[in-house]
Write a protein that binds this ligand. Structure first.
Ligand code: DGY
Length: 305
């Protein structure tokens, strides 16, 4: 049986696929596979291991003989789940293994924005550092700051544990539980996003939500770019309302919003949340196990549709 992996993944995952006797095709290269090329190459495949950068739409899901889409990600917003259900294609993801890496990166971004690390680094590298000064680059203390977490699943809870160790006061909400969104926004010094991207959460942080946030507050996003209305975020920062933002994810990756690119008060990362050696190995293995299970007629461990 043939399967397509849309990007080079950790060798441990590849070995699992080959040991299962699968004929594994991999898209190699330094950019995501072109959508038309993906449509061509998936023809004749029983399994597909896509990345979050690939849009798995109804056309791809209609590929004759395709039985499983084993996502190499916990997020599945890039897959048309209704079309998958209609076509009887099983969809799986990689929950759990990237929780700690993503929570660590969230705290790194929080510290980077609160303590102005980007500005400090640029100052040193540009040769403009003239020595220690009592008023230079003062930032926000995490101890005593209030953190509002939107989305309190595995990653949100892992962020809360870390934040408490820093002496932060944590408030949280999910779509149905926790403190009301308005109250969370209005009372938090830092708001961190950990909900999935769905129709309900697209632009959840829009102009009105940003307006409700405290003056000088910081927004952190390690979930999905489109949860934030980036135009509204740029407006709020330009108006001096929000104090800063830390973004690992962007609405139109790899494009970064042009009005955010030049800002000193924004830290921008290239979707690195799960980018550790161990996590990427475990993600590759999970995707491979899920794919192999379905192709052997077994229930995959991480079925989402
Ligand atoms: C995911 O898994 O959904 C991340 O965004 C990529 O690690």
């Amino acid at each position: 049986m043939r399967i397509l992996v849309t990007r080079e993944i950790d060798e441990a995952g590849m070995a699992l696929l080959r040991d299962a006797g699968l004929d594994v095709e991999v898209h190699r290269g330094d950019a995501p596979i072109d959508p038309d090329r993906l449509r061509e190459r998936v023809a004749g495949c029983a399994g597909l291991i896509p990345m979050p950068t690939d849009r798995i739409d109804a056309t791809i899901l209609a590929t004759p003989g395709l039985r499983v889409v084993a996502c190499h990600s916990v997020g599945v917003d890039h897959v048309d789940l209704d079309a998958a259900r209609e076509r009887g294609v099983i969809v799986t993801n990689t929950p759990g293994v990237l929780t700690d890496a993503t929570a660590d990166l969230t705290l790194a971004l929080m510290l980077a924005v609160a303590r102005r690390l980007g500005e400090g680094e640029r100052l040193v590298r540009s040769g403009r550092f003239r020595g220690w000064a009592p008023t230079m680059l003062r930032g926000l203390d995490l101890r005593g700051a209030r953190l509002g977490i939107i989305g309190f699943g595995r990653i949100g809870r892992a962020v809360a544990r870390r934040a408490e160790a820093f002496g932060m006061e944590v408030a949280w909400r999910t779509s149905s539980r926790g403190i009301p969104l308005d109250r969370l926004l209005a009372s938090s010094d830092i708001v961190s996003l950990h909900c999935p991207l769905t129709d309900a959460t697209r632009h959840l942080v829009d102009a009105a939500a940003l307006e409700r946030m405290k003056a000088g507050a910081i927004l952190i996003n390690t979930a999905r770019g489109a949860i934030v209305d980036e135009d509204a975020l740029a407006d709020s920062l330009e108006a001096g309302h929000l104090g800063g933002a830390g973004l690992d994810v962007h609405a139109r990756e790899p494009r970064v919003h042009p009005r955010l690119l030049g800002r000193e008060d924004v830290v921008l990362l290239p979707h690195l949340g799960s980018a550790t050696w161990r996590t990427r190995r475990e993600m590759a293995c999970k995707a491979a196990h899920n794919c192999v299970a379905v192709l052997r007629g077994q229930a995959p461990p991480d079925r989402v549709a």
